[in-house]
Design a protein around this ligand. Structure first.
Ligand code: HEC
Length: 152
């Protein structure tokens, strides 16, 4: 199991856009949440989810207001939180509210999900409005799918 988690962590790291993602995340002052929370908080998944929730709502606003350049920054914070979740997974500190014995499946879903975020960021950088909207729909489906499986 440890091995699976390590492989997943590496895969997730590799699927992120290569240019400036991490650096920008370190120095970005964007978003409404406090930056600089490097240590894993009590519940890493919940922490990541709250940031993800804010980033997704910002995505919807950006579609409605036609400001594709505003989509990416909040996802940098999600990415940093994701790293904390990886650490917590390694340390065996992630307890899922439902189907807690299926951590491998959770990691797979999470990986696929982050692949979709990567696609969204790619579309946002190109200001590809159709691509952005398609991604937003796909991502919402994934939120619901994972919650159905792992959230009470
Ligand atoms: C790979 C699985 C997965 C995906 C994908 C996912 N979530 Fe979650 N989410 C969870 C789990 C598990 C919890 C419950 C965590 C807990 O209670 O410990 C959760 C909880 C939440 C919460 C409640 C946090 C809290 O404070 O209790 C919100 C809000 C949320 N998710 C939003 C989203 C949004 C928005 C998306 C999609 C953009 C999304 N999630 C995608 C697994 C996922």
């Amino acid at each position: 199991m440890k091995r699976t988690i390590a492989t997943a962590a590496i895969t997730v790291a590799l699927t992120l856009p290569t240019s400036g993602w991490t650096e920008e995340a370190e120095h970005s002052g964007h978003g409404t949440h406090a930056a600089g929370e490097l240590s894993a908080p009590g519940n890493a998944v919940k922490h990541e989810m709250r940031l993800l929730d804010a980033a997704y709502k910002n995505l919807l606003d950006s579609i409605l207001l036609d400001t594709p350049e505003a989509i990416e920054p909040p996802f940098h914070e999600v990415h940093r939180a994701k790293m904390a979740t990886e650490k917590a997974l390694h340390a065996g500190k992630v307890v899922l509210p439902k189907n807690g014995d299926k951590l491998g499946e959770f990691i797979e879903m999470d990986e696929a999900f982050h692949g979709k975020l990567k696609k969204l960021i790619g579309a946002a950088r190109k200001k590809d409005r159709k691509g952005i909207q398609d991604s937003a729909h796909e991502i919402l489906d994934s939120c619901v799918q994972c919650h159905t499986r792992f959230r009470k």
